[in-house]
Design a protein around this ligand. Sequence first.
Ligand code: NFE
Ligand code: MG
Length: 518
Amino acid sequence: MGKIVIDPITRIEGHLKIEAIVENGVVKEAKSSGMLFRGFEQILKNRDPRDAQRITQRICGVCPTAHATASTLNLDSAFGIADKIPDNGRILRNLIFGSNFLQSHILHFYHLTALDYVDVTAVADYNGNDPHLLQVKKFIEGGNLAPFVPRYEGDYRLPKSVNISATRNYVEALDIRTKCHELLAIFGGHMPHNMSMMPGGVTENVSVDKIADFRWKLEKIRHFIDNVYIPDVLAVAGVYSDYFGIGGGVGNYMSYGVFELDSEPDLTKRKRFFPQGLVSAKDLKPRKFDPSKITEHVKHSWYKSGSDLHPSKGETEAFPGKKGAYSWIKSPRYDGQVYEVGPLARQLNAYVRGEEPTVTLVNSVLKKFNASPTALISTLGRHAARAIEAKIVADEMAKWVMELKPGEPVHADFEIPESGEGMGITDAPRGALGHWITIKNHKIDNYQAVVPTTWNGGPRDDKGQPGPFEQALEGTKVRDEKNPFELVRIVRSFDPCLACAIHVINPKGTEMGKFVVS
Ligand code: NFE
Ligand code: MG
C-alpha cells in the first residue's frame, strides 16, 4: 500500500493538496485539502453594501467577474430592485460575464491542463517558420523550462505533428485570452476587476462604435474556438479516449443557471440561457433546485463554527489544528447530498432538459466517439463540456450584443435599505456560485459565499461522505505510482481554484493574527 501526495496540484491558485492511498494499483482513499487560509471577513464587516461587488471580486484573479455578478445579483435582491434591471443592463452584464467565461475556458484547456496530454518537447528540433513555435523552441533552448516542467513522464501519446500544433496553439491561446480581456473591458472598464457592474445594472452606456468593436473582437475569439480549441480537444479525446471512462465521481450535478434572459425577481424562476436545476447520472432526469436546501458542513474543515448551516446564517471561525480536520475548504451539500458543479453539470442539465444548441453539439461529440451520454461523466467529458460551452456562449454573445439599444438606460436607481437580506446565485465558469448578504443599519452585517471549488474540492462532510474530487479519484487505477498521470488529469479536469474555494468572507469570522497555522 502506497501513499501519493501531490502538493500543489494546480497550475494556478496553487494551494490544493491531494493525497491518495493506493492498494494493488487502485486508489482506495483520497483526500482533497485546501492549504491556504484567506480572510476577507474583517474587510467586509460594517462596510457600505455597495462595496461587496468591489471587494468580492478580489477573491480571485481568474473569475472576478463571477463574484461581481453574484454580488450584484445579491444586492439587486437585498435592495428590492431585481425586477427593475433594464434590458441594456441585463444584456451588458451577460456580455461582460460571457467574456470572462471564454477567457477562463481557454485558459483552462491550454494553460492549466494541456501539458498533461501534450508533449512540448516535440518542438525541440522544430525547423519550420511558425513564429509561435520558434518562440517556444528558443525558450526551451534557453534551458528555462517552467511552466512546462515539472511534469510526469511516460504517458504522452499524441503523434509528434499534433504535439507541435497544440504547442503552437498554446501560445496563440495567450493572445486570444488577451482579446477576451479586451472584450470584457469594452463595457466593463477593465480586467481583472470590472468597474461597471452595479446594483440595478451597469455604469457603461451603449454606443454603436462599442457594439462594432465588441463584434469585431468577438469574431476573432469565435474563430479560435471553432477552428483551434474544439479541434484540439477532439484530438486529445481521440488518443486518450480511455479517459471517457476515468474520473466520473459523484453522479449528482447542479447548476444555478447563468446568463439572465429576464428580470424576474425570484432567482429560482428567472429565465436563464443555461437553465437552473439538478440531474443525477442514475436516471438523467431533470429536477428542480431549491436554494433553502444548501448547507455547509465543517466537521473535517479547520473551523469551529456551527456545521450544516444555511449560507444566510453561515459562520466562519477558524480553528487550525482541529482534530480530524484536513482542509480550509468547507463541504457544501444540497439536501445532505454531494454535488458536482461546473461546465459538465451545466451542459448535462441543459442536455436532459432538451435545450439547444447543447443537445445537438453534445450528440455530435458522442457520435464521433460512438459513446452514450454517460461517457460525459468522466475526465474527458468535463473537457468536452467546457469546449462545447465556450462555443455556445461565444455564439450567443454575438446575438446578445445586437440586442443592445444605444441611448436607452443601462441601470435602475436604488436606495440602500436600513435592513434586509439578499441572495445572488449564478453559475461561474467553474460552477454554481452563491452570495448571501444581511444588511443592518445600512451596513453589511453578514456576507457569505459558497463557491464552485468549495462544492467540488471540499473534504468529507459531517456524515463522512467524500467530496467530488475525492469520489472522482477513489477506485482509479494508477499505472505508475511515481508518475500518477491519472490523478492530476482527473483533478485538473474540474479546473480547481483554491483562492475561490477558501474565500472566507464572513464579516463576523476569525480575527486574523490570533492563531498560528500548525
Ligand atoms: Ni477563482 Fe471561481 C470560477 C468562482 S471557482 S475561479 O469559475 O466563483 O471556485
Ligand atoms: Mg463561504
